[in-house]
Design a protein around this ligand. Structure first.
Ligand code: GLC
Length: 423
């Protein structure tokens, strides 16, 4: 496939999965893209952001704006936005979704879930603005973004160190990521029903505590400072600061300082110098969770990370062949980890290759000037798509496609192509 053929195929998938409608409840038109027509029926928070990265890469700015506007329609007064937005379909897709809902009587009307997802939203508005210079759109979105990030800082920086704690594995967006096993009390190994009940039990407990964050923070059942989430948080606080600067809003300084604080705390609390890795931290015990997943490299994307850490991480990335080196990298957990399973499974993010991880690490390598290494990831993506189409995830040894078909965010490959062309 040529680059242009890839672009057209991605455009087609996104268009085919687009829903337009009118919400009587909120008296507004809405628009969102389903990640896959077979499995995921709602508007999801970070999926919407991925869609905007893809749409802006395809110059589909108007559609990108509609998606962003819809994401904030249900925003609470205090700034919260849930990770699943139920527009036309209000009933849950899986029974376990019930525990992710807010316990209100509004469940049979359009509503949001009680969870958060990684906050890529300031970068996406920035992307749209960069592509359109639409100041009206920026003026419309900026107050919403500010309220959203202020909510995160107020309610989820539980220990006052600047880092966000998530309260269930699903808030990471990497649902069954093996780091969380020990926090939910699952003995390290390949996932099974026991893990399922442990994780669903975490959601159920949150639900029965009515998602009251003060209670959850006090009880510390499941509180994790996750590297992916916090890297994205820091990046997006920076983006928010830049957006404020663009319009002359003095809060620019505050958000930039918050971003720096997050990065500093990540270095202090998550970075392990001996093992050269950023590890998730169990906020219950303050301990690092030493499981190797691609997020150990994520902070490489942060500009201004100390040179010594950057160099060490890159070196590690390129040298430890026993961990992430497979025919179709990057596996979602190191291949020598006891939880690793390269095959299709309902327990996502525990072995197979996800285009999201490759997109993220691609940016890290690219920004650090490692273009050859980045090129290898691009080749992997090409081979995966050529061989198996746009699937949700892939076998890291054989490239076999698994999970949802015509999965939208595997289209992030178009953003990688653009990044390559920008140099
Ligand atoms: C899976 C993914 C999650 C995503 C959702 C919808 O649960 O792990 O990140 O938001 O599907 O695509």
């Amino acid at each position: 496939m040529t680059d242009d053929q890839i672009r057209e195929a991605v455009r087609e998938i996104l268009k085919a999965n687009t829903h337009h409608g009118y919400s009587e409840e909120f008296q507004t038109p809405y628009c969102y893209i389903q990640p896959s027509t077979s499995t995921y029926p709602f508007q999801y928070f970070w999926d919407t952001c991925m869609h905007v990265f893809i749409l802006t890469a395809l110059e589909e700015h108007e559609l990108a704006k509609e998606n962003m506007r819809s994401l904030f329609v249900m925003q609470d007064e205090d700034g919260f936005v849930g990770h699943m937005l139920h527009w036309s379909r209000v009933r849950p897709a899986k029974w376990t979704d019930i525990f992710q809902s807010r316990p209100t009587r509004k469940l049979f009307r359009p509503h949001m879930s009680a969870l958060i997802q990684p906050p890529l939203v300031a970068q996406t508005v920035q992307r749209i603005f960069a592509g359109t210079q639409d100041r009206e759109f920026l003026d419309e979105m900026l107050p919403k973004l500010k309220r959203y990030f202020d909510w995160l800082a107020k309610h989820r920086d539980i220990d006052g160190d600047g880092l966000i704690s998530i309260i269930t594995p699903f808030e990471s967006g990497m649902d069954w990521k093996p780091t969380f096993d020990q926090v939910v009390g699952f003995k390290r190994g390949v996932a099974n029903r026991r893990l399922f009940w442990r994780v669903v039990g975490t959601d159920a407990r949150n639900f029965f505590h009515r998602y009251d964050i003060e209670t959850l923070a006090r009880k510390r059942y499941f509180l994790v400072k996750e590297v992916g989430f916090n890297t994205i948080y820091s990046q997006n606080l920076t983006a928010l600061g830049q957006l404020c600067e663009e319009v002359g809003d003095p809060d620019a300084v505050r958000y930039t300082e918050m971003a720096d604080r997050v990065t500093r705390s990540m270095i202090d609390l998550m970075y392990d110098r001996e093992e050269t890795a950023f590890y998730d931290v169990d906020a219950g015990t303050g301990e690092k969770i030493r499981v190797l997943t691609p997020t150990i490299f994520f902070p490489l994307v942060i500009r201004g990370l100390p040179e010594s850490i950057t160099a060490a991480l890159i070196d590690r990335h390129n040298s430890r062949k026993d961990e992430f080196d497979t025919e179709y990298p990057i596996p979602s957990v190191a291949k020598n980890d006891p939880s690793f399973n390269p095959h299709e499974s309902e327990y996502l993010w525990r072995g197979p290759t996800w285009i999201f991880y490759n997109w993220f690490i691609y940016q890290c390598l690219f920004y650090q000037g490692f273009h050859d290494e980045a090129k290898m990831l691009e080749d992997t993506m090409r081979r995966l798509i050529q061989q198996s189409g746009f699937r949700e995830y892939y076998n890291p040894f054989t490239g076999e496609g698994y999970g949802a078909e015509n999965f939208t965010w595997s289209g992030l490959v178009v953003d990688m192509l653009n990044l390559k062309e920008s140099t």
